[in-house]
Design a protein around this ligand. Structure first.
Ligand code: FAD
Length: 315
């Protein structure tokens, strides 16, 4: 270890919420991923801000991890720092159907504890999506029935220029994409403004939970691996290439839903990545369509980003 590396280690380890050699696989829905050199796991707003601040001061690669439901991380781990937000769970009721929600709160908890209990709209769009509110906002998670940004009034960001508040307008988000938070920034919390619904939302919730159990494979995965290209359904394109059930090592393209690549039996990062690239190649050769990954792929030395996701605010 060089003197500089030793200095960085001492600075990071001076925070009680820092852990060295932090194994990432247990923190992901794929159950794949080696150790990060360091993990910062803040439990309150002050620790979250301290964590983000120190990452701006140290010349080390870093990435933000929420619930780990949409990431594929290298078996070699990550040579840098992972800031894990899922313990930051601040929550306040603001009145008039508005709520302040910490980025680490589980989306499923928000649906059950806030939307269902108050019979708010949005249940059909957000039911059954695992992960944190911060991750959901970053990905603009949702379904055919809507996306999380539709009910978001404001997001609070930590950026290299300090704290920012962004009012969410429709031009700032689109299908599984947003323009308000770039890759190095952190969504610390948000204000949601929900609307009461005239339809009973509990029935809708139960319908979508049942539907997911019937239509989606159960097991270690990231949900849909690819975004739907405009006018197409990624799963159908993959199915038409005859790829359902294709295996590589411990990974398999689900025979139930072709857009799901499962860690079926101790799959490695390379197994899943092989199938991702195979799907992209076959779909491109047959239809001339490039499938863009929805899953975030994180290599040992940094993040691989698919082309259109991380726009800057000016863009
Ligand atoms: C079984 C299953 C079903 C799914 N179904 C759906 C679905 O129907 N619709 C859908 O949209 N998605 C779905 N997903 C994908 C996933 O659940 C969502 O994308 C989810 O919102 C990601 O949240 P997360 O906290 O797990 O993010 P992570 O997986 O931890 O991170 C995803 C990305 O968000 C970034 N990020 C996370 N938190 C923050 C933050 N606070 N600030 C800034 N960046 C952050 C990370 O750096 C990473 O690039 C599914 C996944 C699974 C496993």
């Amino acid at each position: 270890m060089t003197q500089k590396e030793s200095d960085y280690k001492n600075i990071l380890m001076s925070f009680p919420f820092c852990q060295p050699d932090y194994l990432l696989a247990p923190h992901t829905y794929y159950k794949i991923g080696g150790p990060a050199d360091f993990a910062l796991i803040p439990k309150n707003e002050l620790e979250l801000e301290q964590s983000y601040h120190i990452l701006q001061r140290l010349p080390l690669p870093y990435f933000i991890l929420g619930g780990g439901t949409n990431v594929l991380i290298s078996d070699k781990g990550f040579r840098g720092v992972v800031l894990i937000t899922s313990h930051f769970k601040e929550f306040r009721t603001l009145g008039n159907n508005r709520y302040f929600v910490g980025g680490g709160i589980e989306l499923d908890g928000l649906v059950k504890e806030v939307l269902l209990k108050n019979n708010y709209e949005g249940v059909s769009a957000l039911t059954g999506i695992p992960g944190t509110v911060g991750g959901a906002l970053f990905m603009n998670a949702g379904t055919i029935n809507g996306c999380i940004c539709e009910w978001t009034e404001k997001v609070f960001l930590l950026t290299s220029d300090g704290k920012k508040e962004i009012e969410i307008k429709p031009e700032l988000y689109s299908y599984r994409s947003q323009k308000f938070c770039s890759i190095n920034e952190l969504i610390s919390s948000a204000i949601f403004h929900f609307k009461k619904s005239n339809t009973e939302q509990k029935t809708i919730y139960e319908h979508y939970i049942k539907r997911r159990k019937e239509k989606q494979p159960q097991g270690y995965c990231c949900g849909s691996v690819f975004k739907n290209p405009p006018g197409h359904h990624a799963g159908k394109l993959i199915e038409k290439c005859g790829l359902k059930g294709t295996r590589k090592g411990g990974a398999i393209i689900s025979p139930i839903h072709a857009n799901f690549i499962m860690n079926d039996n101790n799959a490695t990062f390379d197994d899943v990545l092989f199938l991702i690239r195979l799907v992209q190649e076959k779909v491109y050769n047959k239809f001339g369509i490039t499938l863009e990954e929805e899953v975030r792929i994180i290599f040992e030395d940094g993040c691989f980003q698919s082309c259109q996701h991380y726009n800057n605010r000016e863009g």
